[in-house]
Design a protein around this ligand. Sequence first.
Ligand SMILES: *Cc1c(COP(=O)(O)O)cnc(C)c1O
Length: 360
Amino acid sequence: MNRVFNFSAGPAAMPVEVLEQAQQELTCWGDTGASVMELSHRGKPFVGVAEQAERDLRELLAVPDDYEVLFLQGGATAQFNFIPQNLLGSASSCDYISTGQWSLKAIAEARKFAHVNVAASSESDNFSSAPSQSQLQLDSEAAYLHYTPNETIGGVEFGYVPDAGNVPLVADLSSTLLSRPLDVSRFGLIYAGAQKNIGPSGLVVVIVRKSLLGRANATLADAFNYEKQAAAGSMLNTPPTYAWYIAGLVFKWLLQRGGLTAMAEINKRKADKLYQAIDASGYYRNPVATDSRSWMNVPFICGDGSRDKAFLEQSEAAGLHALKGHRSVGGMRASIYNAMPEQGVDALIEFMAEFERVSS
Ligand SMILES: *Cc1c(COP(=O)(O)O)cnc(C)c1O
């Protein structure tokens, strides 16, 4: 059976080279005579895998030394709850920017612990744009400002990093981390569930400025206390070792391809040509403001939407997998993360042109 071009939003396509390497060393890793997933997380071989992955991630993102890199579990959704518990300290309020479904979920969790000031919301335009810096109503006393740089469902992306002054900036980068270079020093904390652009689900990467540690809620489980996990090298309890190993292979794959500057060039080209095809068609439509269009998730509908079902059936049959939009918005969504080759985007554009031709 041939591999499809997989446009799934997550768990998403993995680089085939990574899967092949994992397959090759599945039963015997190195000279251990065992699979990576059978090794003790505290043994020298796995600790080597774990430390190499962290070094490579630090190199890819040029993570400054005053930041901890944590490999945790529970996905991004659990972090929505753990972030206020780790960062609020004695503050009673935090700022959130609301740009779509993931922002709303993060806000709902934060409201369990503090007053949430919604610094800006694009709900009135149906979450089809990101607010500008001048629209942000920031509170200088807030414990932190949280935002979602890329809304995976709506395909809305910030074209800038908000300036929160002295308030630490927290970002849910689940669907865009590693798609291009990032100035980590602008952030107090960034986090990303792995299953979009890093590796298998079950793993979440948290990168946090050391000076923000030490203010966690005393009732928070130790396994989700960033300070305690940092002190334990993310091994306070058994980490998702196999996912961590696969993430390490993905980091190597990215470094071999020239790192994030090279990925940015390819990702921009992929997104540009897909939006161009949509805009030029007069048949397909993307609802997002031009300056807020995501490089990673491209939602679109056909004409009046009545042919969406046919589009999805026929594209699937043509080897273009998982183009169905999120159940909350319908239509189509092409997720074109790092692992989506440019040929996959070309194949989609070609399919779209042919579908339009026979439909109109
Ligand atoms: C996928 C996603 C999440 C949720 O991730 P889980 O691992 O399912 O908890 C949160 N935020 C964003 C931006 C996402 O894309």
